[in-house]
Design a protein. Structure first.
Length: 252
């Protein structure tokens, strides 16, 4: 199946590792040019170099997604290099655990700055270029925690930020549709990544698996496969959708 992704230019936030890296590699395998925006400059350049050596062109830019000036600068640099931006994947994120009632205000400020404000800033930075070319695919990484106010690992603060991502997804889909820009969100269950392994003790992992009908954790590849489809021409009439990749956990 030709997904018509050859020579498309994709910006992936948080693309140096984890879910973002998996999506970057999957898009590159389809022939897309990859731009990795990550606050970890060393990791971003390492991943971009590996992608460029094995498949499609790739470059990296360092920025904290919560820094609006840095985000605008890096995205403008990507566009200056490749002349367009076709796909934006907002994958940068932080996890918060523990009872929300006991967490300091600084935890909320840090979490919301990356998980929610970062999605807004990166989307706003990409919109002018997508409007000008009358084409765009924006894919946000939400979470099933948005529907449940948190969960076994992510707490209510985390769920609230991801619920905000869902709202931004639906609102931007409505605003940007007339410009031929689609906006969708992927809502994974707990993914097996470096970010979650620190809290996924054997006991916690066992409890989580009991709640998932398919009896395994989400993998970055599960999420990347859907992201590639949503970025493609095959998904041209899908917008404003929030699609769970959760092994059926929302049914329990």
């Amino acid at each position: 199946m030709d997904l018509n992704l050859r020579e498309r230019v994709a910006v992936i936030t948080g693309g140096a590792t984890g879910i973002g890296e998996a999506i970057a590699r999957a898009l590159s395998a389809e022939g897309s040019t990859i731009c990795i925006l990550d606050r970890n400059a060393e990791a971003a350049h390492k991943t971009a170099s590996a992608i460029a050596e094995s498949s499609a062109p790739a470059r990296a830019g360092a920025a904290d997604v919560a820094d609006v000036a840095a985000v605008k600068r890096v995205i403008a640099e990507f566009v200056a290099s490749f002349k367009r931006i076709d796909i934006l994947v907002n994958a940068a994120g932080l996890l918060s655990t523990g009872p929300a009632a006991d967490l300091p205000a600084a935890e909320w400020q840090k979490l919301s700055a990356v998980n929610l404000t970062g999605v807004l800033y990166c989307t706003q930075a990409a919109i002018p270029f997508m409007r000008q070319q009358r084409y765009g695919r924006i894919i946000n990484i939400a979470s099933v925690a948005a529907m449940r106010g948190g969960g076994t690992v992510g707490n209510a603060l985390y769920g609230a930020t991801k619920a905000g991502v869902v709202a931004l997804t639906m609102g931007f889909a409505r605003e940007l549709g007339p410009h031929a820009i689609t906006v969708n969100a992927i809502a994974p269950a707990i993914a097996d990544t470096a970010m979650t392994r620190a809290v996924l003790t054997d006991e916690v992992r066992s409890k989580v698996l009991e709640r998932i009908p398919l009896r395994r954790l989400t993998t970055p590849a599960d999420i990347a496969d859907l992201a590639v489809f949503l970025a493609s021409a095959r998904a041209s009439f899908i917008s404003g959708a929030v699609i769970p990749v959760d092994g059926g956990i929302l049914t329990t």
